[in-house]
Design a protein around this ligand. Structure first.
Ligand SMILES: Cc1cc2nc3c(=O)[nH]c(=O)nc-3n(C[C@H](O)[C@H](O)[C@H](O)COP(=O)(O)OP(=O)(O)OC[C@H]3O[C@@H](n4cnc5c(N)ncnc54)[C@H](O)[C@@H]3O)c2cc1C
Length: 368
């Protein structure tokens, strides 16, 4: 089920079967030449049905939001075999409850997504990647809202502890170009033309300078740009064997500096050398919780719960983009009230009365 059904240039929308991969979608748009789909979760083998089911985000969420902001219609087959057509090629639609939005992030628990219509946008030709380095996490996280307030919305604004990027670059046989400071922000910036692009990059460097930035590097070539992104994407790989879990917490962006500090203190309390990276402008940070001697440390669950509870105190969420899945079901009651859980269970039951779709995902127990 991977056919592109309709590339509708007039409505700026594309309709395809649920098994179409992101790479096929990008290829079709490349061929068409003028239109662009912004969500890129890192894996071009992802299927659009899967991207809807996981409500994929990715690095460009700062400017373009997440999957749910771009899905206009879905066809979904229920566990009973009934077929729902939700949404349409509409930019405004306020009739009834929005069942389509329930499907986003439902992780295969409500039905099988067999067809998806996505909104498309005019292509922006000019973009670049740059690094800005700071001595501290707080300086870096304080600079981010100032950049956004300046009227520049980067495509991406990623935070990385230097320890992670050095290990990742080494693993790839590359050299991380930032030398000063101990943490980096990576911005992907676009502009309406080349002058505008470099003007935006310069403005970001100036603003970060006011918040303690010690260095900046702008990619001079497509290869340098590709290498920076490759290092960012590869950060997890050198830590694979050492990591017990990577949290996917989001807090309101303004709470990031304090949350960072709290996570550092919790790590110290449990003697766990937590390192972090993340989509900082979205308030979405991935903290690497480490194993000790190849095993889960004692009190590991207590540490994780304390981090989750801290995030929730800031008005945050346990998972911003990786989803509840089967590994976070235990924590649903940390974040939601009994009434909210009751409503969610009744939604599951209405879509899947016998609880046969992805049992154990989101909720331990099946409906029925
Ligand atoms: C290298 C890498 C980097 C990533 N980076 C990011 C990131 O930065 N941000 C982000 O948000 N995500 C990220 N992801 C996750 C990515 O968004 C998801 O893996 C992807 O969108 C899911 O699509 P899939 O086809 O691979 O689904 P699968 O992994 O096959 O399935 C994921 C879930 O969706 C359900 N599902 C899949 N297809 C359907 C369907 N047609 N109907 C109903 N349910 C379905 C499955 O049951 C399962 O619960 C990354 C993944 C990888 C591998």
């Amino acid at each position: 089920m991977n056919r592109i059904i309709d590339l509708d240039e007039k409505n700026l929308m594309i309709t395809m079967e649920g098994g179409t991969t992101l790479s096929q979608l990008l290829e079709a748009l490349e061929k068409q030449g003028k239109l662009f789909f912004p969500i890129h979760p890192g894996d071009e083998g992802a299927e659009v049905g899967g991207m809807v089911a996981t409500n994929a985000g990715g690095t460009r969420a700062v400017k373009h939001g997440i999957m749910r902001n771009h899905v206009k219609a879905v066809e979904i087959v229920l566990a009973t075999g009934e077929i729902l057509h939700l949404g349409g090629k509409l930019l405004k639609n306020n009739m009834g409850y929005d069942l389509m939005q329930l499907v986003m992030g439902s992780e295969g628990t409500l039905g099988v997504i067999t067809e998806v219509t996505l909104r498309l946008y005019g292509k922006s030709e000019f973009s670049n990647t740059m690094l800005v380095s700071f001595q501290s996490r707080r300086e870096a996280s304080d600079a981010v809202p100032k950049v956004l307030q300046s009227g520049i919305t980067p495509l991406a604004c990623e935070y990385m502890d230097r320890e992670l990027t050095l290990a990742s670059a080494k693993d790839l046989g590359l050299v991380w170009p930032a030398k000063k400071g101990s943490v980096d922000l990576m911005f992907i910036v676009d502009g309406v033309n080349e002058d505008n692009l470099y003007e935006n990059c310069g403005k970001i460097v100036d603003i970060c300078g006011q918040y303690g930035a010690v260095d900046s590097v702008v990619a001079e070539s497509a290869k340098e740009q590709k290498d920076l992104l490759a290092v960012r994407s590869n950060c997890y790989v050198p830590y694979k064997s050492k990591v017990a879990d990577i949290t996917d917490i989001a807090v309101p962006p303004s709470a990031v500096p304090d949350f960072f500090e709290d996570v550092r203190k919790i790590g110290e309390k449990y003697d766990n050398p937590i390192v972090s990276l993340g989509h900082i402008a979205d308030g979405n940070m991935h903290n690497f919780l480490m194993n000790r001697d190849g095993k889960l440390p004692e009190n590991y669950e207590d540490m994780k719960k304390e981090i989750y509870q801290t995030a929730i105190r800031y008005g945050g969420t346990i998972t911003a983009e990786h989803g509840t899945g089967k590994t976070r079901t235990d924590y649903m009651s940390l974040q939601f009230s009994p009434k909210e859980l009751e409503i969610m269970r009744s939604i599951k039951k209405a879509f899947d009365p016998n609880g046969i779709l992805n049992p154990g995902t989101i909720f331990h127990e099946t409906a029925g």
